[in-house]
Design a binder for this molecule. Structure first.
Ligand code: FMN
Length: 162
């Protein structure tokens, strides 16, 4: 069965923007998880990456028939698919996508702001950062916005054939 809605969890707004773009492109209705459709609905779930886990995935999985998962991250598009699959305990053939989003530290509060402060400190001390880590470190320091329709091309392709 094709998904009939998109449900998302967003803390600072990047995932919400991605969900809305995906909604426009697929014609599916888009709901924040707090105001989501009825139990059992077949959905695409979108959540932000939080210390290697997909925010609110477990909550969504209990309520919905998830057909695909898309995580938004600091890390470049596609690089966290295996890690996400592992953390969500999804099988090899389950559709999992990851898109680079961004960082807006001015919108972070409490524990999340503290977590990012700690991660920035850790990264600043890390020797021999890879090019990927360097990019993430720069995003942490300066902030940035990588939301684009192009990053959704993988999940859009999957949806066309679902
Ligand atoms: C506490 C915290 C932990 C995070 N952990 C990760 C992570 O493990 N990997 C990653 O790529 N991005 C991580 N991020 C970055 C967010 O996933 C990224 O900024 C995302 O775009 C936020 O989406 P939102 O604006 O919808 O909340 C983390 C952000 C916060 C605040």
């Amino acid at each position: 069965m094709k998904p009939s809605a998109i449900v998302y969890s967003s803390n600072t707004g990047f995932t919400e923007r991605y969900a809305k773009i995906l909604g426009e492109k697929t014609g599916l209705p888009v709901y924040p998880i707090k105001n989501a459709p009825e139990k059992g609905t077949a959905i695409i779930y979108m959540g932000w990456l939080m210390a290697g886990t997909v925010a609110d995935y477990k909550k969504a999985a209990k309520k919905y028939d998830i057909k695909a998962v898309c995580g938004t991250s600091l890390a470049p598009t596609g690089t966290l698919v295996d890690a996400m699959r592992k953390s969500c305990k999804l099988s090899e053939d389950f559709p999992v996508f990851n898109v680079q989003a961004g960082m807006n530290r001015s919108k972070l509060k409490g524990g999340y702001a503290f977590g990012i402060k700690m991660l920035t400190k850790f990264m600043s001390k890390k020797k021999n950062r890879t090019a990927e880590e360097e990019g993430m470190f720069e995003l942490l320091l300066k902030g940035g916005d990588y939301v684009s329709e192009e990053n959704l091309s993988g999940i859009l392709e999957w949806y066309k054939n679902a």
